[in-house]
Write a protein of this length. Structure first.
Length: 125
């Protein structure tokens, strides 16, 4: 399910940005355990909604830009964003990032059907 090329903070920021974009209650409630013990605490992830104006690391901002473009306007992926992506990520990291965005976008179906309730999740799994 998860590769380990991207650091846990970046992975959690991307996962939660996807959750916010899709308004998935389940994904907004969940926290990956490895991210919970790092800088991906709520203090960092609270910056997701206004990341461009935040003090997040530029690598994180580029990843979140990719999330937004990939989800909402994939045909508008600019040459400038592609250049930023290659400046901050290896090809393997970009592949992992895009796979992560894709797998975390499957919750759109659950949101549409109203089956994205956090109370349906087993705890500590």
């Amino acid at each position: 399910m998860r590769s380990s090329l991207l650091d846990p903070v970046l992975t959690e920021l991307v996962r939660r940005r996807c959750a916010r974009q899709h308004d998935c209650r389940t994904c907004q409630t969940l926290r990956f355990s490895d991210a919970a013990v790092t800088d991906a605490a709520d203090a960092v992830t609270s910056k997701i909604d206004h990341y461009e104006a935040s003090d997040l690391d530029e690598r994180y901002k580029v990843a979140l830009r990719i999330v937004d473009t990939f989800i909402w306007r994939p045909s508008e992926m600019s040459d400038a964003l592609v250049a930023q992506a290659h400046e901050h990520f290896t090809d393997a990291e970009l592949a992992e990032l895009l796979v992560d965005i894709t797998k975390w976008s499957t919750q759109k179906v659950h949101v549409t059907l109203g089956t994205d309730r956090a109370d349906r999740l087993p705890l500590n799994d």
